[in-house]
Design a protein around this ligand. Sequence first.
Ligand code: SAH
Length: 256
Amino acid sequence: MKAKKSLGQNFLIDKNIISKIVTEVSACNDDLIIEIGPGRGALTKELKRKQAHLICYEIDQDLAAILNKLEDEKIKIIWQDFLKSRIDEDIEDIKYNKLYIVGNLPYYITTPIIEHIMDSNIDFEKLIIMVQREVAERFMANIHTKEYGYITVVLNYYFEVSKVTDVSRYCFNPVPKVESTVLRLVPRKEKEELDFNKFKEFLKVCFSQKRKTLKNNLKGYDWHKIKNVLNKYHMTESVRAEEISKDVFVEIFKNI
Ligand code: SAH
């Protein structure tokens, strides 16, 4: 069976990388693992050895011949677009201790997938996800760099983001055009309480025109209140969004 480009099918073939990802999923037999996009089961077969509950979302029914064989009383394949799933309902009947989420998925849906998981409001230990190298750099970007942007702040508010390993494109079949990185995203237990959707909207405005100053992007907001926070951190009125840390963004947001 040919890999489908349209579904971003690049199957992992490197044993060492598979093992590194599976090791990150430190699940025991009373835990639950959600795998997104199992494909031909490269990760699934290894995850199965942990004897945890396992739920896999796969969109391509042509993989049934391979994946159905892996099903048992603790392993279930859900044939659905993960982005349209109701994760909370899908797992409500399972009694589990900790939840881990893992996926090597098409790169064009990396951000929607992470957003879908954040919006689902489920509690989990960590998300281990394969992403395009450049995207990993944006997710982990330091302040004052050109990679630092809206998505950096959103993800770092919600998660502690770190690298598991870089992955060469030759670890996949077919070989993709880009290099990859496996990331671990651990939800922060003690994040500032705020209206997350409104915070995201606010950050979008802050970063809407990266070359403009924050003040220019935030026309229509009460600049006086924002200025007070900036002053506290010795920042001038000509500051740009990429010079503001996640914590200061949170403080500004909570003051307006
Ligand atoms: N995880 C496997 C497969 C990677 S290829 C491995 O590492 O080898 C990506 C997989 O995601 C494919 O099987 C593809 O069919 C599946 N996929 C693509 N879009 C999806 C979606 N929206 N929801 C669920 N699965 C999807």
